[in-house]
Write a protein of this length. Sequence first.
Length: 133
Amino acid sequence: MKVIRIAAALLIGADGRTLLVRKRGTQAFMQPGGKIDAGESPVDALARELHEELGLRIDPQEAQFLGEFSAVAANEPGFEVNCQLYRLAVAHEVLPAAEIEEIVWVDAGKVDHLQLAPLTRDSILPLYRKLAV
C-alpha cells in the first residue's frame, strides 16, 4: 500500500473543543494539516498547512508532539496516511481557506452526526477524549 506522509494538528480552542475540517469535494471531516514536502520537517509542514488552510500562524516550538498514527486514507483509495500529530492551543478565530470547505468545532462526545476520516475516528478523537478528561 502506498503511504502519504502528513502532519496534522489537534487544535484545542479556548473552550476545550477541537477543530475538524472538510476539504472541498470530500465528505469526511479530519484534523487540519497536510502532506509533508520533501526536505520539510513535519512541524514546518504543519505550520505551512495551517497558514494556507486556516489563516493560522503558529510558533512551531509551541506544537506538542503527540505521536505517529497510521490509517487508511479517507480521500485517496489504495493509500495509507502516516500522520505526525501535534497538539496546539488556539485562542483566536480560525477561518476556512484554500481547499477547506467547512470547519467544525467538536467536543469529546458529540461527533456521531459527522462523517469522519478513519484516522480521526479511530486514533485521534479517542486520544483527544483521553486528554480532555
